[in-house]
Design a protein around this ligand. Sequence first.
Ligand SMILES: Nc1ncnc2c1ncn2[C@@H]1O[C@H](COP(=O)(O)OP(=O)(O)OP(=O)(O)O)[C@@H](O)[C@H]1O
Ligand SMILES: [Zn+2]
Ligand SMILES: [Zn+2]
Length: 806
Amino acid sequence: MDLFAKVIVDVPTMQTNQPYDYYIPTAYQDQIVPGMRVEVPFGKGSRKVQGFVVNIVDQPAFEGELKKITDVMDLYPVLNEELLQLGKEMADKTFSFQITCYQTMLPAALKSTYEKKIRLIDEIPEDHFFDLFKGKNEISWQEAEDRGVLPKMAELKKKEAVETVYIVKDKVNKKKIRKIEPRLSFEQLEEEKAGLRKTAKKQKQLLDVLQQLSLSKKRSSTEALKKDYAIQSASVREAEKKGWLRIVEEEVYRDPFEHIDFERTKPLPLTSAQQKAFEAIHHAVNEQRDDVFLLKGVTGSGKTEIYLQTIAAVLEKKQTALMLVPEIALTPQMVKSFKGRFGDEVAVLHSGLSVGEKYDEWRKIEREEAKVVVGARSSIFAPVKNIGVIIIDEEHESSYKQSENPRYHARDAAIWRGKYHSCPVILGSATPSLESRARAQKKVYQLLELPERVNKKALPLVKVVDMRQEMKEGNRSSFSIPLQDGIRDRIKKGEQIVLLLNRRGYSSFVMCRDCGFVLPCPNCDISLTLHMDTRTMKCHYCGHEEAIPHQCPVCHSPKIRYYGTGTQKVQEELEAVFPDARVIRMDVDTTRKKGAHEKLLTAFGNQEADILLGTQMIAKGLDFPNITLVGVLNADTALGLPDFRSSEKTFQLLTQVSGRAGRADLIGEVVVQTFNPEHYAVQFAQKHDYDHFYQMEMNVRHQGNYPPYYFTVSITASHEEERIAARKMQEIIHFLLPHLQKDTIVLGPTPKAIARVNKKYYYQILIKYKYEPMLKPMLHQLLNQSQKEISKGLQIAIDSEPMDFI
Ligand SMILES: Nc1ncnc2c1ncn2[C@@H]1O[C@H](COP(=O)(O)OP(=O)(O)OP(=O)(O)O)[C@@H](O)[C@H]1O
Ligand SMILES: [Zn+2]
Ligand SMILES: [Zn+2]
């Protein structure tokens, strides 16, 4: 019977979500299944391109003459049925191409053209061993292909007797150890023993070992033979020649945390609030309901313990768990709590791993050796099977949304997978995103609350310092008098201090140094952004433009300026004020090197420094008992951003960083320095009052027609010539407008805040809508058409529910 494959091909600048039909040559018919990558001829010149097989049919849809699949790149599907479906859905939702989604789901090692080998991992019939493998343990893919034995290899793969390995050259190759395994049965070995000379003691001993191995169906490392029985490699080689045993190289996984000792931990008895939340989730796990829980618990309320016990319950049911944390929260501390509870069953995926290490972890998951996966955003695509729970910690983090194609949100992918597996999803945070909190209000999500810290420990006292007042009193440094006093006091007591320099919005807006006034857009109630290229203030959303003010429109002070300071400068200043203080600085510069992030945190944890000075990356997950003072040097910068989420982000940041103080026995204190002490984000953060912040912010969003009351989608056009990018945007508006509903709002086109990046100009529009049945098909049409213009240097990006406006 003829079989045909539907293939999603990868043709740069000609992408499409339409699969192409290809004829499957008879030799490949038993081998090819959906989820494998193949090479196919494409277009007029029949150049070879790669593609993913998404389906196999016996009747092609295409009526012309079909081309043949020319090559198969995998022995087994690299994407399973679930991920193939998810990728398709994701492409549709995020206005991207399926091929991009599929590639995003794979570990880097599988993406490029690494050298491939086929390796023996189980016993195979002797004739196969010699015909296919020429008596070796592995052969190169190329060789297998040249000899035409790939279909046979595929059969062996189905029996789990062989595997494909990718030789990743970025670092050390796979670590391997030599092992022996018997080639004879227990009885045959006994016969060999009988034929030995009396003096052949070592040989007899080796036969004993082989008999044991034969009974237990195990292998022994040559190392162990040497150590335990003083059997040297010469004896082993001799035995190999006699046909008693076979030497195999077994791969050991490179474990990035192998140098760390993880003390095993036991479940803690839950507090009554924890117990209540746990039980609700546990029921959903047992009843296999795809409920989404919003676990809202103040900092230090013990959310992690609930995650751990839920995962334990899931493992008990022989299911697996998927846990996402923000990249910057993937600290050794975090890993420790999971490895400490579940040991080697945990696979950790994070960006600090080399391509090879990531691939190792991925394969551990793929082979179902790891039952718990902990990782950042892209781990949501881990090939875990039989999922019992998916957890997203710090669910409000904007890093869960990818800012490039495909622009997916891990939360959406998590909920999709939860439905697929009929398992609950937990979204955890001390400061849930407005969208999630609103969904809980509407009972789309179930709200679970932990209103208090474990052991009723008090939340830290937050002092708000008005920096305008400090300026008036002649203090021009970055540190207010109350903060200086606090630092001095803690150093004396041997306690530790965390100082946060907020980098969001760094120098992109102007603010009055005397009254804290930030120039708003008259149309949008959003701050204007400083554009140095045009020397104007611009509104991101509506395009309003005005001159840079030279004096404050409110208090007429001339001290209106560019706002922002760098961490390095603050460190110098800090060391001048406190010459004896030991300071660790953590920012993009000091954490660039692999492992640096962890090293610095460990040093701080070991109390090798008094002060940890850093950017956003220090705000999360730190659980150090000795921190009793947290200083926020500039709470305002995010407030000045032309982003309707700036209040929310400020509130979240202040709350998260405050949560680092006083987590153990010592009482914590927080000093927040601001030019906007009356701003509600600052005020509610001071009172640890999420609920009132939520209400207030919902009002603001309602007034401004922003999410969660409206859906949003942004479209960006970019080109080296400003004129072309702007004109394209106009064209797009003309294309869309006639089909949009009356209550839909289109803002722009406007140049992006940093209008020119990489020699390209960016123009964007923001569409806010409540109900738009036509929008999705039109945007897909736009996406398809845009492919034709890529070669002319014109690029279109469509972002559904964008998170970043800068
Ligand atoms: N039931 C419990 N009994 C005693 N200690 C607990 C219990 N649950 C959690 N803890 C401890 O309380 C501390 C805070 O818990 P955890 O880090 O889980 O809080 P969290 O809610 O995740 O906070 P954050 O949002 O700040 O990360 C930890 O040191 C943890 O070991
Ligand atoms: Zn002013
Ligand atoms: Zn505006």
